[in-house]
Design a protein around this ligand. Structure first.
Ligand code: NAD
Length: 264
């Protein structure tokens, strides 16, 4: 909390849309941005889980609007942008964070419907966010976007092929948008976390080693030079950095937040 409450107001007067806001990284990002002055448009499929997020933002003295939407559906993405503009007067920042892990299965056995859903949420969802936020952010004179990729966006794992493919695609979308969005004053970057202590890792631990999630966690952590998973707030801090003017010359970057996991 002391880190968040340094008295900085890097986002005073800014409006930030965070998708997947009810999840681990999403909620931590909402709270981090709000603690530095941003108004928050909190988007998630799970409307009931947005309530504590909104309460948390208000508890930090911020304002938040909860929007229930599926990021894979164009009309719902257009609606979360419109709701944000109508409620707060515009959008300056976007965090394309909503994502799903799919299942843990060898590629040759991977269910096609799960593959399609993972690509729909993780890739189409980011694509639609980039597409529909552009006019609103351009109208404000520009802004900054962070897409949640993963170390799975630059490495392979045949047991989570849909997730790996989707995060490689998020890297591609980040680079594609970063090459043209600056014409509208918008920077686009990606963060690539290694395991973060959230629901998603609980599901993956169970998938990789059924019935022994704690053992899997220990094994995963031992492969990370820092020896542990990231906390959601540690990822939120890097997201906030990339959204802020401190990184005004950073565009199209892939920012690993992985404790050194991809150094070998
Ligand atoms: P999480 O499961 O805690 O949160 C994800 C949120 O996205 C949930 O609240 C969920 O309801 C929401 N969501 C899912 N599908 C949606 C849809 N179609 N429309 C709107 N909302 C939807 O997971 P998390 O760990 O906080 O992950 C956030 C992002 O970070 C994801 O993109 C994930 O791939 C990425 N990431 C996570 C890790 C990790 O280890 N946890 C590592 C690297 C990258």
């Amino acid at each position: 909390m002391s880190e968040q409450k340094k008295g900085s107001s890097r986002f005073a007067g800014k409006v930030a849309v965070v998708t997947g806001a009810a999840g681990g990284i999403g909620r931590a990002t909402c709270e981090r941005l709000a603690s530095e002055g941003a108004h928050i448009v909190a988007v998630d499929l799970r409307s009931q889980d947005l309530e504590p997020v909104v309460a948390g933002v208000r508890g930090l003295g911020g304002e938040a609007l909860a929007v229930t939407a599926d990021v894979s559906i164009a009309t719902e993405v257009a609606r979360y942008v419109d709701d944000g503009v109508r409620h707060f007067g515009g959008i300056d920042l976007l965090v394309n964070n909503a994502g799903i892990e799919g299942v843990v299965k060898p590629l040759e056995d991977y269910p096609e419907d799960v593959f399609d859903r993972v690509l729909a949420v993780n890739v189409r969802g980011v694509f639609l966010g980039l597409k529909y936020a552009h006019p609103a952010m351009k109208a404000r004179g520009g802004g900054s976007i962070v897409n949640l990729a993963s170390v799975a966006g630059i490495t392979g794992n045949g047991l989570i092929s849909a997730y790996v493919a989707s995060k490689h695609a998020v890297v591609g979308l980040t680079r594609a948008a970063a090459s043209t969005y600056p014409a509208a004053g918008i920077r686009v970057n990606a963060v690539l976390p290694a395991p973060v202590d959230t629901r998603m890792m609980r599901a993956l631990e169970e998938g990789f080693l059924p019935g022994q999630p704690a053992a899997l966690k220990q094994m995963m952590a031992s492969q990370i030079p820092l020896g542990r998973y990231a906390e959601p707030a540690e990822v939120a801090g890097v997201i906030a950095f990339l959204l802020s003017d401190e990184t005004r010359y950073v565009n199209g970057s892939l920012y690993t937040v992985d404790g050194g996991m991809t150094t070998f």
